[in-house]
Ligand binder design. Sequence first.
Ligand code: PMP
Length: 399
Amino acid sequence: MGLYDSFSRLAQEREAFQDDGLNPFGTCIDEVHCATQGRIGNRRVILAGTNNYLGLTFDPQAIAAAQAALVEQGTGTTGSRMANGSYGGHVALEQELAAFFERPSAIVFSTGYVANLGVISALATPKAVVLLDADCHASIYDACALGGAQIIRFRHNDAADLERRMVRLGEQAKHALIIVEGIYSMLGDVAPLQEIVEIKRRLGGYLLLDEAHSFGVMGATGRGLAQALDVEQDVDIILGTFSKSLAAIGGFAVGNDRGMEVLRYASRPYIFTASPSPSAIASVRSALQTIAQAPELREKLWQNAHRLYDGLAALGYQVGPHASPVVPVMIGTKEQGVRFWRALIEHGVYVNLVLPPAAPAGITLVRCSVSAAHSEQEIDVMVEAFAALRDSDILESVA
Ligand code: PMP
């Protein structure tokens, strides 16, 4: 038995996709010209498969801050937060995040994945019960596995199903962890947070909310879905990433209880991995200020999101349940998905191809991600590309 034999089916399937054209998994973006344009092979493309919601990857202030940090503090910290990897910038950013959320505690992690792993695995011990939305991100599932907790999945966005399962838990529900997301990354829909909070008020439990895709995007000041729905006080811990609206790399947790600080001593993914580089931290600090001071970016993002969503819906495509910066378009079979994705690149539009099991319910979809930096004209080019493919033979058997 060879070391990789158990992966042979997966390998064959993925190689088959590669054989006759551009590989959708791990596509090389050969050049990035700006937040919304790049080059793949010999094709100039509009980048519509990023999570660059506010378009801040080329923000001049963030770049200047990162450059200064690079020169002054070097290329990396070469150590974990617990050891030699906590610099002034990391601590300042934690204070700024806590102030931005008006909460007593914030912790910076190396990525969003590590933030989820760090916080959830420390709390989800073998004695704990975790109720999680079935569509939660892989990092949340992995964190529960690492912690060893009992997992109870409830149907995606189904508060009644959550309630039924909590009632069945009896007294245990009072100490259970409920984990949901703000905007879900595949369908662009949002958690029914008010209903979930109401259940938590009656039955107990602690609520953890991953705002990876909604931070900077929703809420009066960009704090996310909990702010938009006015339930922040009922959320015990908000988790987030620096790799989407904040346009760099790293992750964070903010808590409504200073007790969260103890995770610095109890969380292995905090203790045993190197901290984000000084330049990443500096650009995130700058981007956080921009988010606080430039609500017009959020407005532009939503205008663009509606323009794309409405345009694709009008063409007759099956899109997500409502307009969102994440616009999924359902495309028949896996093979049709790959052909459609490649054809979009031929039309100068780069999006993400998502195949099951990454996409929920066995669906194949192409996932468009809208940015505040997209011009109206770029959104229209995207819609035109989808229009050109609407009548192509790719979709024939599913139209
Ligand atoms: N949570 C969710 C909901 C995500 O979608 C992602 C990334 N796609 C993460 C966490 C992980 O974030 P990062 O890329 O910073 O590790």
